[in-house]
Ligand binder design. Structure first.
Ligand SMILES: Nc1nc2c(c(=O)[nH]1)N[C@H]1C(S)=C(S)[C@@H](COP(=O)(O)OP(=O)(O)OC[C@H]3O[C@@H](n4cnc5c(=O)[nH]c(N)nc54)[C@H](O)[C@@H]3O)O[C@H]1N2
Ligand SMILES: Nc1nc2c(c(=O)[nH]1)N[C@H]1C(S)=C(S)[C@@H](COP(=O)(O)OP(=O)(O)OC[C@H]3O[C@@H](n4cnc5c(=O)[nH]c(N)nc54)[C@H](O)[C@@H]3O)O[C@H]1N2
Ligand code: SF4
Ligand SMILES: [Mo]
Length: 743
């Protein structure tokens, strides 16, 4: 029998009506006499800006800029200045809950909650095998918690099926980086941007998603840099760029391949670097042989002269930086796209030198550290390979277990959902992940949640996914536990506990440790504090491709962060990688990878003639479970709007704010139209931060990249129908009020 989500009425009875905090129009008071001001970091994006949080009576009551922190120097974006609204929020989960049919969620004591979880883990694993109980995790978690989750799943749960939300985010970049460099990190601290002659930003809406990085790029412009933006939309950064290439979604490697061909034809190459420090150039060159400017224009929709100009600017520069984000990575060929960008960098040899670099802009708060410490389905701490016998032995020794007891490679995030739907996985524990909103083709996710025999989740808010839970474990915010994160630059920084979790909520790590104890593995999870966990992580990462061994809490504090790799306590850390041109591959050379072009898995056709791409807006964060509760952020952008070009709008007779029905082969949604001139005429864009009827992920394609297993969020085919109805004045309000109860 399908296990339906707890109903809206039942939720309101127990939790009260959903509230925004602060309420609409409320004035925020900046407390002037806090008990304490604590230096820590923003919990949202991968830039991890420094921030000072004000504390009074064990509550976070405000913030101040932290001007001395070297990356952001006090700057914060709209989300950063509202982040502190969360710990006091009326929606906080203040105790564990269990689902009782007919009543909804009922608050219970921790002992009962733990017992219920352990009983179900045992039952399911005894009946169906260890791997029938899966775990999903997320990288808003600190390094310490990420490491602990990886160890918990393998040592306490003993399941192979652990994966994380970075599977939707950083994995194409990670796989491309490893293939090309043998290491997965931005090549330089972004201080090097300031004097780069040319900067390419591709598939990254920097001004909305990494707002504080904008000023670094503008600083470079002030110093004379030329900026090239590659994006189907004229994003804010493109409006201040020297060149904007508005390509058709899903055609990135056609564009970069054509640029490489132009560079080869004009000999804008660094032969010395290619010959002495790389391998695979011939194969990569062979793969772009047919990529003429005419072909490039036809496939990408970007005029040939613009492609030529970009290749010339990039090819002739002496210093340069190439940055990309999910726009090129969220594709069924995301890894190829990443490799094709790296090929442009390697062809010019501009890496491992001052003002020359390459980097993927990490998405989630700890998207960098979290992808190194072992909660990916194929990975052990230190970015070690779970299938490599030496790596397994090393980590098993650190954990005090036998190598043969360490599970092998498990399923990736979306594959776990598919396995639940096939009846192979029966139980799930999640922490820090809201897959019902964030996974593609999410009607499949709903079906999986309804099918699970048991589901428990650790969160501080009742997310859409958690409405399907049998047990809810009330966890902690970033500022409720000591720890570290690693910023997009590769800088390991200190997160400070400002307050204790409110009510009966507990620290995430405490919950995991107690579950481990009750599973009989308590002796392996006996950490007195986060520093002890970090010190074990250091040892587990020693000698690896993500070596933290030399980094201590004390050193981070003293230096305002340490860049890994840092193999020993007297090592200064590594802001700029590969200055000695010794890459981390077995032959110490950087690898070109051939990147032959192919189309996205779903192309527009007669039935579904329009390209749909999805992404973000500045005021909302990820699945929105955190930011849709903060009144000031909701005011900025209350509901998802369908961005479309005036020409497309007139073709369908669509006016501003008309409700448009958008359908794909997977689902249908209704979205008010936002007619803008800043998008390609053949493409529409939807932000994905909402669930239920407003969810963009009802529509998206669940085709996965064969290597990274990232979904194709950025290109699928859709059709539009004008409903002829205008969005009513109340529809936004209604959408907000019914935010959690939309389906
Ligand atoms: N405000 C805000 N900031 C965030 C987040 C958030 O949710 N909200 N999330 C954080 C996280 S986890 C992440 S991963 C990052 C994401 O940061 P970004 O990757 O910058 O954000 P997106 O909006 O997903 O996509 C970026 C751009 O890709 C473009 N695009 C779409 N299709 C293509 C294509 O085929 N090729 C190219 N070249 N471009 C394409 C879109 O038009 C969009 O402007 O942001 C982080 N910062
Ligand atoms: N269509 C479309 N879909 C996308 C994308 C896209 O561009 N288009 N982008 C994808 C990307 S890049 C990403 S990263 C994913 C993100 O997708 P998700 O990871 O599902 O999104 P989050 O909102 O981060 O969900 C995290 C949940 O964890 C909770 N949480 C946050 N911090 C903590 C913590 O410290 N402890 C605990 N216990 N819980 C915590 C939050 O309250 C929230 O409920 O979405 C992906 N989905
Ligand atoms: S740019 Fe990112 S880290 Fe900085 S304040 Fe905004 S969301 Fe937070
Ligand atoms: Mo992400």
């Amino acid at each position: 029998m399908a296990k339906l989500p707890v109903s809206a009425d039942e939720i309101i009875k127990v939790f009260g009506p959903h509230k925004h905090y602060p309420e609409k129009g409320a004035v925020r008071v900046n407390i002037q006499n806090p008990d304490e001001i604590v230096k820590t970091h923003c919990c949202f994006c991968g830039l991890q800006c420094g921030i000072k949080l004000k504390k009074k009576n064990n509550k976070v009551v405000g913030f101040e800029p932290w001007k001395e922190f070297p990356f952001n120097e006090g700057r914060l974006c709209p989300k950063g200045v509202q982040r502190y609204m969360q710990d006091n929020h009326p929606d906080r989960l203040l105790s564990p809950y269990k689902r009782v049919e007919g009543k909804g969620f009922v608050p219970i004591e921790w002992d009962e909650a733990y017992d219920a979880v352990i009983k179900e883990i045992r039952r399911i694993q005894d009946t169906y095998g260890k791997n029938a109980f899966a775990m999903l995790s997320g990288v808003s978690l600190s390094n310490e918690k990420s490491y602990m989750v990886g160890k918990f799943a393998r040592v306490a749960l003993k399941t192979a099926n652990l994966d994380y939300n970075g599977r939707l985010c950083m994995v194409s970049a990670g796989a491309g980086n490893k293939k090309s460099f043998g290491m997965d990190r931005s090549s330089n601290s972004w201080a090097d941007l300031a004097h780069a002659e040319v900067i390419i930003v591709t598939g990254a809406n920097v001004s909305e998603c990494f707002p504080v990085l904008t000023y670094k790029i503008w600083e470079a412009r002030d110093n004379g840099a030329k900026v090239i933006v590659i994006d189907p939309r004229e994003i804010p950064l493109a409006r201040t760029a020297d060149l904007h290439l508005p390509l058709r979604p899903g055609t990135d490697s056609a564009l970069t391949n054509t640029m490489l061909k132009v560079m080869i034809d004009n000999d804008w190459l660094d032969h010395d670097f290619i010959d002495n420090h790389t391998s695979g150039f011939e194969e990569a060159a062979e793969a772009v042989k047919e990529c003429t400017l005419e072909w490039g224009e036809k496939v990408t929709g970007v005029p040939a002269d613009l492609i030529y100009k970009a290749a010339e600017m990039w090819g002739k520069a002496k210093t340069s930086f190439l940055m990309h984000a999910r726009g090129i990575e969220h594709h069924s060929k995301g890894v190829m796209n990443v490799c094709s960008c790296i090929n442009l960098v390697l062809a010019t040899g501009r890496i491992g030198k001052p003002y020359c670099g390459y980097g993927t802009i990490t998405g989630q708060g700890n998207g960098q550290g979290g992808r190194e410490h072992g909660h990916k389905c194929d990975q052990l701490p230190g970015n070690r390979d779970i299938e490599n016998p030496e790596h397994r032995k090393f980590v098993a020794d650190v954990w005090g277990i036998k190598e043969e007891d360490l599970p092998g490679k498990g399923l990736s995030a979306y594959e776990i959902i598919e396995a639940i739907n096939r009846g192979e996985i029966k139980g799930l524990l999640s922490i820090c992940f809201n897959p019902l909103v964030s996974l593609p083709n999410n009607n499949n996710v709903r079906e999986a949640l309804e099918k699970l025999e048991f589901y428990a989740g650790i969160d501080f808010f009742l997310s859409e996914t958690l409405r399907h839970a049998d047990i809810i474990l009330a966890g902690s915010l970033q500022e409720e536990e000591e720890g570290t994160t690693t910023s997009a630059e590769g800088r390991v920084i200190r997160i400070h506990a400002v307050v204790d979790p409110p009510g009966k909520a507990k620290k995430d790590s405490e919950i995991l440790m107690e579950l481990a104890r009750r599973l009989g593995e308590g002796d392996k999870f006996n950490y007195a504090n986060s520093e002890e966990t970090f010190n074990e992580l250091r040892v587990a990462s020693r000698g690896s491709a993500a070596d933290y061994y030399g980094i201590s809490y004390e050193r981070i504090e003293k230096n305002l962060g340490v860049f890994w790799p840092c193999p020993s306590e007297d090592h200064p850390g590594t802001p700029r990688l590969w200055e000695d041109k010794k890459f981390n591959t077995p032959d110490k050379r950087a690898h070109f990878n051939p990147t032959p072009y192919r189309n996205p898995m779903e192309m527009p056709d007669e039935e579904y003639p329009v390209i749909l791409t999805t992404g973000r807006v500045v005021s909302q964060y990820l699945s929105g479970s955190q930011t849709r509760r903060i009144g000031k952020l909701v005011d900025l952008y209350p509901e998802p709007l369908l961005e479309l070009h005036p020409k497309m709008a007139s073709q369908y007779g669509i006016q501003q704010n008309d409700l448009v029905k958008v359908s794909t082969r997977r689902g249908t949604g209704l979205f008010p139209a936002n007619i803008v001139e800043t998008i390609r005429e053949d493409t529409v864009f939807l932000p994905y931060h909402w669930g239920g009827v407003n969810s963009a992920n009802q529509l998206t394609n669940d085709a996965l990249d064969p290597v990274s297993k990232i979904p194709e969020f950025k290109a699928c085919a859709c059709k539009l129908e004008n409903t002829g109805r205008q969005k009513s004045k109340d529809s936004a309000e209604l959408a907000i009020l019914s935010r959690d109860i939309q389906y």
